[in-house]
Design a protein around this ligand. Structure first.
Ligand code: NDP
Length: 335
C-alpha cells in the first residue's frame, strides 16, 4: 500500500481496468444485490442549470461494503465539441474509517457500465441467435454499445443512423477497423432498424427517434438515451407492444419518459413493467417466452452500477499498480 491514501484513476486506466465482458457480469451481480435489498440507493439528485438543458447530478449508493457517489455534469450540446457530454468523477470510500480510497474518471465508467447493463439486458432478453444490430445515435454510447452487443450475441451486421452524416460516417470507419463486421450508415432510423434483431437507442433526443411500427417481431430494444420524465426516444406503440423491463422500478416511475409519457396517455399502466433486470438475473420474473415477442429494456443508469465498477477498478488498480496516489487529506492533525 502506498503512503498516500487516495488513488486517482484517469480515463485511459479505467478502460484497461474495466473490460466490457467482465463489467457485464459485475453489473448482473450489482443489480441482483440491489434487488435482494443489499444496497442503499436513493433517487439521484439532478440540478438543472439555467440553460434548462444542462444538468449537474449527484448519484450516491452503498452496495454491501462499497460506498461511493458519482458527481457528474450532463451537457448534451457537447456532442459537437471535443468534450464528452458526461464529465465528472466517482468518489469511492472505505467502510472502516470512511477514507476516500479513489477518485475515478466518470466519463469512461459511464460509457462502459451503461453499455454493460444493456449487454446484460440483451443477454437475458434477446433471441440467442441475434446477429443484426441497429444503433440509433453515433456518440460515445454507440461505441461502447457496439462492443457490449458483440460480447453477448453473434453480431455480424450493424446498421447505424444519426442525424449528422459526418458523424455516422466516422462511426462506420471506426467500427469497421475495430470489429470484423459489416457496418453500414443509414439515412433514416427506419432504414437502420429494418430487419434488426437488437436495437439500441443512444441519442440525446427528447422526442421519439424509434417508432414501434418499425420494430421487427422478435427484436430486443435497449432504450438508453432519455433519462428524464419529459424526454423519450420511443413512441408509445414501441413501449405498448413490448415486454418492458427496467433497471429499477422506483427510478422508472420517477425518471423514465419512455414509460411515463405512454402511461400518462393511458396506453400502459404500472403493471406493464414486467420486472427489473435484477429480478431477471435472480430468476424471479420470466423474460421472453416466445421468439416473436418484442422485448424492451429501459435504461436510466443507477449509482450501484458506478459503485460496483469503482470497487472493481480500485481492486484491479491495487493489484496491478495502476493509477496515481495522492495525499489529499483526512489524516488527523497531531498536536
Ligand atoms: P454523445 O454526446 O456522445 O452522443 C449523442 C448522440 O445523440 C449523437 O450521436 C448525436 O448525433 C445524437 N443526437 C443528439 N441530439 C439528437 C436529437 N435531437 N435527435 C437525434 N439524435 C440526436 O452522448 P452519449 O453517447 O454519451 O450519450 C447518449 C445518450 O445516452 C445521452 O442522452 C445521454 O444522456 C444518455 N446516457 C444514458 C445513460 C444511462 O445510464 N441510461 C448513461 C449515459 C448516457 P447526431 O447529432 O449525429 O444525431
Amino acid at each position: 500500500m502506498a503512503d498516500a491514501p487516495t488513488l486517482i484513476v484517469p480515463h485511459a486506466e479505467v478502460e484497461r481496468l474495466l473490460p466490457m465482458a467482465e463489467c457485464i457480469d459485475v453489473m448482473g451481480e450489482a443489480l441482483a444485490a440491489a434487488t435482494r435489498g443489499e444496497a442503499l440507493l436513493p433517487l439521484r439528485q439532478v440540478l438543472r442549470l439555467p440553460s434548462g438543458r444542462d444538468a449537474f447530478a449527484l448519484m450516491p449508493a452503498i452496495l454491501g461494503s462499497a460506498i461511493g457517489a458519482k458527481v457528474i455534469t450532463v451537457f448534451p450540446g457537447n456532442d459537437a465539441t471535443p468534450y464528452e457530454s458526461h464529465i465528472g468523477v466517482i468518489l469511492y470510500f472505505d467502510d472502516t474509517h470512511g477514507r476516500l480510497l479513489a477518485i475515478i474518471d466518470a466519463s469512461s465508467v459511464t460509457a462502459i457500465r451503461t453499455a454493460a447493463v444493456s449487454g446484460l439486458a440483451t443477454r437475458l432478453l434477446s433471441n440467442p441467435g441475434a446477429s443484426r444490430l441497429a444503433l440509433l445515435g453515433a456518440g460515445v454510447q454507440a461505441m461502447t454499445h457496439l462492443e457490449a452487443m458483440c460480447a453477448v450475441r453473434p453480431i455480424q451486421q450493424v446498421a447505424i443512423w444519426s442525424r449528422s452524416t459526418d458523424r455516422r460516417a466516422h462511426f462506420v470507419t471506426w467500427a469497421r477497423q475495430r470489429f470484423a463486421l459489416e457496418v453500414v450508415a443509414c439515412d433514416t432510423a427506419a432504414d437502420a432498424v429494418r430487419g434488426a434483431d437488437v436495437i439500441c437507442t443512444v441519442t440525446a433526443s427528447r422526442s421519439p427517434v424509434l417508432q414501434g411500427a418499425w420494430v421487427p417481431p422478435g427484436a430486443h430494444v435497449n432504450a438508453v438515451g432519455a433519462s428524464i420524465a419529459s424526454a423519450r426516444e420511443l413512441d408509445t406503440e414501441a413501449v405498448e407492444q413490448s415486454l418492458l423491463f427496467v433497471d429499477r422500478r422506483e427510478s422508472a416511475m420517477s425518471e423514465a419518459g419512455d414509460f411515463l409519457i405512454p402511461r400518462d396517455e393511458g396506453a400502459v399502466d404500472n403493471a406493464h413493467i414486467r420486472g427489473e433486470l435484477g429480478e431477471l438475473v435472480l430468476g424471479r420474473v420470466a423474460g421472453r417466452t416466445d421468439p416473436a415477442q418484442r422485448t424492451l429494456f429501459k435504461s436510466l443508469g443507477l449509482a450501484v452500477e458506478d459503485v460496483a465498477s469503482a470497487r472493481l477498478i480500485y481492486e484491479r488498480a491495487l493489484a496491478t499498480g495502476a493509477g496515481t496516489w495522492i495525499e489529499l487529506g483526512g489524516l488527523r492533525p497531531v498536536p
